[in-house]
Design a protein around this ligand. Structure first.
Ligand code: MRU
Length: 351
C-alpha cells in the first residue's frame, strides 16, 4: 500500500535541492516547498513544515548537502569548516528527536572517513550517505509494520496520538505502519486518532493519512480518550517516539504519557513503534531527555484565533516521557522488545 506523495524528496545531484510537503498547510492545502539552502530547511524544521522524528533525521542529512554546496570547489579546510557550521545550525533546530542528531553524526562520520579526498568527491559521498539514510528509514518502517501487525487482532479498536505515519517518516510511518501492515494482512481495525493539542497533528495529519489509505478512523479530542476506553472501544494503543532512553522510557508528543496512564487503568496494551535510530543509549533514563519548549502563542492563538488572554502565563512543553513500565512492548525494525527493560533493549539492538 503506497500513496502518491512523498514526505520529502531530493531532486538532482550534489547541486540539487530538497522538496518537502509543507505539513503546516495540511489538510486543507497540499503544497511542497523547495529548500535550496540550509536556512530554509532549519526554518522548515523549527516551524514543523517537516516534522516527526525520522523525517527530521532524513531532512537534516540532506541539509548537510545544502550547507556544503557553496564550498564544493573550495579547499578541504573550508569545506570541513562549513560542514561543521551546517551541522551546528541543523542541530540547533529542535532538541528532542534524537534521529536528527543520529543522522548528523552519520554524515559527519562519513565526511571524516574521506579526509584527504577532493571536496567534490566528499560531497558526492555525502549525498549517497543521505540517500542511504532515506532508504534505510523506508525499510525500517516496513519492518516495524510487519513486526507490529502481529500484535493487533482483527476487529480491534486502536488508538494513536499525534502523527507517526508516512508524513513523519520517509514513507509508511512507525505507529501507523503497524496499522497499515495489519490492514494489508486483511485485519479490519478501527482507529481512534487523538487530535493532539496544541498543533493538531492527529486531526490535521493522521486523520488525513488514514482516510487516504482507506483505514476506518474516528477523530476524538485528546480529553475523550478515557471515555472511549471506558466504553470498550479501544483494545490497543500504538504511538511513535522521539527518543527512547536505555531503560525504555520514551519521549513522544505531549499527551502520550497521559494516554499510557489511561491505557494502564483500562488494562489496554500500550505499544511504542520506533526505529533503532530513535534509541539514545547514552541516556540512562527518561529524566535526561531534553524536552522542547515551544511558543505560548501556539496555545493562546492557535491557528490564528485568540483563545486566551494574551498575557496569561503559559507552559508549552512539546513532548512528555512515558515510563518504561507503562509500555507493553517497543516495536522496532529488529523485532518486538518485550519486556521493555535495559537488558532486552541492549539485546535487541545488539550493543
Ligand atoms: O512535534 P512533532 O510533530 O515533530 O512530534 C512528532 C511526534 O511526537 C511523533 O509521534 C514522533 O516523532 C514519532 S514519528 C514516527
Amino acid at each position: 500500500m503506497t500513496t502518491h506523495w512523498k514526505t520529502l524528496r531530493w531532486v538532482g545531484g550534489v547541486g540539487g535541492s530538497l522538496f518537502l510537503i509543507d505539513q503546516t498547510l495540511l489538510p486543507t492545502e497540499f503544497r511542497e516547498i523547495e529548500c535550496r539552502d540550509v536556512e530554509t530547511l532549519v526554518e522548515a524544521i523549527r516551524t514543523l513544515r517537516v516534522r516527526g522524528a525520522p523525517a527530521i533525521g532524513v531532512a537534516a542529512a540532506y541539509g548537510v548537502i545544502l550547507g556544503v554546496q557553496p564550498v564544493m570547489k573550495k579547499s578541504e579546510a573550508a569545506f570541513i569548516e562549513r560542514l561543521r557550521q551546517t551541522v551546528e545550525q541543523l542541530a540547533a533546530s529542535r532538541p528532542t528527536a534524537v534521529n536528527l542528531f543520529w543522522a548528523l553524526k552519520r554524515m559527519e562520520t562519513k565526511a571524516e572517513s574521506l579526509r584527504g579526498r577532493q571536496t567534490e568527491e566528499i560531497a558526492a559521498a555525502l549525498l549517497e550517505e543521505a540517500q542511504k539514510i532515506h532508504e534505510e528509514d523506508r525499510q525500517m518502517c516496513r519492518a516495524i509494520g510487519k513486526h507490529g501487525a502481529a500484535l493487533l487482532q482483527d476487529g480491534q479498536g486502536v488508538l494513536t496520538h499525534c502523527n507517526a505515519g508516512g508524513l513523519a517518516t520517509s514513507d509508511y510511518g512507525t505507529a501507523l505502519a503497524v496499522i497499515y501492515a495489519a490492514a494489508e494482512s486483511d485485519k479490519t481495525l478501527h482507529v481512534f486518532a487523538d487530535e493532539t493539542r496544541p498543533l493538531l497533528q492527529g486531526a490535521r495529519l493522521t486523520a488525513w493519512e488514514l482516510l487516504q489509505r482507506g483505514i476506518d478512523c474516528t477523530l476524538i479530542c485528546d480529553s475523550m480518550a478515557a471515555q472511549v476506553m471506558r466504553e470498550g472501544k479501544v483494545q490497543a494503543v500504538v504511538t511513535g517516539a522521539d527518543r527512547i532512553a536505555a531503560n525504555g522510557d520514551a519521549a513522544n508528543k505531549i499527551g502520550t504519557y497521559g494516554v499510557a496512564v489511561l491505557a494502564k487503568a483500562h488494562g489496554i496494551p500500550f505499544y511504542v513503534a520506533a526505529p533503532s535510530s530513535t534509541f539514545d543509549l547514552s541516556i540512562s533514563d527518561g529524566s535526561k531527555i531534553p524536552i522542547e519548549q515551544r511558543r505560548a502563542e501556539e496555545i493562546t492563538h492557535g491557528f490564528g484565533r485568540q483563545t486566551a488572554p494574551p498575557d496569561v502565563p503559559v507552559y508549552n512543553p512539546a513532548f512528555d516521557v512515558t515510563p518504561a513500565e507503562l509500555i507493553a512492548a517497543i516495536i522496532c525494525e529488529r523485532g518486538v522488545i518485550r519486556p521493555v527493560d535495559r537488558e532486552m533493549i541492549a539485546e535487541t539492538l545488539q550493543v
